[in-house]
Structures are given as structure tokens and as C-alpha cells.
Design a protein around this ligand. Sequence first.
Ligand code: SF4
Length: 324
Amino acid sequence: MSETPLLSVRGLRKHFPITGGVLAREVARVHAVDGVSFDIAEGETLGLVGESGCGKSTTGRCILRLIEPSGGEVLFRGQDVTRLDRKALRALRRDMQIIFQDPFASLNPRHTVGGIIGEALEIHNLGKNRAEREARIVELLETVGLRPDHMRRFPHEFSGGQRQRIGIARALAVEPRLIICDEPVSALDVSIQAQVINLLEDLQERFNLTYLFIAHDLSVVEHISDRVAVMYLGRVMEIAPSRELYDNPRHPYTEALLSAVPIPDPRIKRKRIMLQGDVPSPINPPTGCHFHPRCPIAEKHCSQEAPSLRETSPGHWVSCHVRG
Ligand code: SF4
């Protein structure tokens, strides 16, 4: 992992209790995030990929403490976010922002675009007066490719791609260091996806931003990510530099995910790996390696002992008894 991380996530866990009966006693637990660790260096993009329900969005929300983690550490510039009181957390939120998958649901429909972005400025006391804040809103709109007069309009007057640009402008308003991009293009048309990804790349270069880019599709994160982490049932299965992961996947789950990604060059054929069964429930995850019931190369001890992430070559980490 990188040497000077802006963000270090260590053994992060989020277990949701399920209650039942008249006394609402805990009857089971959803192991949404089950011991996740990774680093992100300043200015880097880490792609976090996995199927729906694997815990990647919960991981993003736990990092920001939009939901409280059950355990583990989240170190931002060496400060443990999980231990901050309300006031300190609010100050830190200026440094860490989030862009959501559904920009429409995350934008207040009753507020104008100017009001939505202005609110972020007001919360953090940015801009001395209204005129200064308005000038900043105009600057932000232009930065994300929108027009100054858009500030007087309401979210429903915009297309999906434009709404995502508004979400990005709102996140940028407080000059964050880290932005958690939670499936920011999943709800958009393919042609618009590329525009939003290009915009995020430009902004990263311009403002030296650091991204955790969450997606369910490996092909989406390929170009924007410096490194990619693959999650399955609450755990990280593999982390590697982007090119290395695509060219030389080691974990059988990554291999299966990659085999489903279309290759633009028709001369290159890749054999599709069909995994058996469905993703098991995170309420009772399989013992040992969570992937063992579906793994084509599982061995006997895979169901008994959970593998840990091991570095198999420089920067390439794999959680597998056989390949690690
Ligand atoms: Fe498959 Fe075993 Fe490796 Fe898990 S530890 S991925 S079950 S070989």
C-alpha cells in the first residue's frame, strides 16, 4: 500500500443488528463491512468495486461517519475520524465530501441550485457576505461546466448529467481534500458517464483531489483509478495498481468479474467465468473465506480459515489461501 496515505482505513466493520419479537431483541446481524483495510495517498484515486450489497457504499458512508462504524479505524491525516466529537467531525467534513449515485434524490427539489451550493458555503462560514457567496457559486458552476444563470433554476429543470455536475459543484464548494464518489455515474447514460468521469479527472488535476471511487462495474473504474480494490461480502479480496489488476488478476473472484467486462478489440477473446450460485446473505456469511461456496479453486481449509490480505508482488495484495 502507499507510503504517505491521506486516508487509512483499518479493520473497518459495520454490523447492522436485526431485531425481532415483542422485546425487539437482536436476533441476527448483517455483516455489511467485515474488516476492511486500505490506504489512499494524497492525489490518488482508489476504485472500490464489487457487486451490489458487497458493502462498498457502506464503507464510504462509514468513512464519513454518515453511518457509525461498529469497529476499526479511519485515519484522515493521522486523525481517527471514528473518535471525533460532533464539533470536530463537522470541521473535518470540510475536508471530506461525498457525491451520490442519484443526484436527484440528493438535491433538495425546493431549493434553487444557488441555494443548494450556497447552503454548503454557509454551513462552513465561507464567504463574508451574500455577494461573495454568489460570486463563488458562479465560479463553481463554471468550473463544472454549467452556466451562471443556472443558479436560479431548480434541480428538476436539469438532465441527469447536469444534476450530477451540480452535486459535484456542491462537494467542491468547501474545497475538500477527499471526495467519496459513490457510484456517481451508474444512473447516467453511457455517453454522459464518460463526460462526468472526464470532468472528475480534470478537477482532480486542477485541485489535487483524492478520490475513493465506488462502482459495481470494473470497466467504469479502469481509466480513472490509480489502484483498484475488489470487495466481496464485506471484505477486500484484492488490491492492485489498476493496470496490474486488469492484466494480472490473482483472486478467482476478480478473474470472474473481469471475464464479464467486454474487450473492445474483437481479436482478443476472454473466456467468461460463470460463478455457481448467488452471493450468500451477509446475515450469515460463509465461514472461512467468504467466497468459498462459489470459488472454482476452493480447497478444504478455505471453509475453515479466513485468508488475510497478503502482498504477492509490489503493491499487489490478495486475500486467498491458494493465490495469496
Ligand atoms: Fe477460493 Fe480458497 Fe482462495 Fe477463497 S481462499 S478465493 S475459497 S481458493
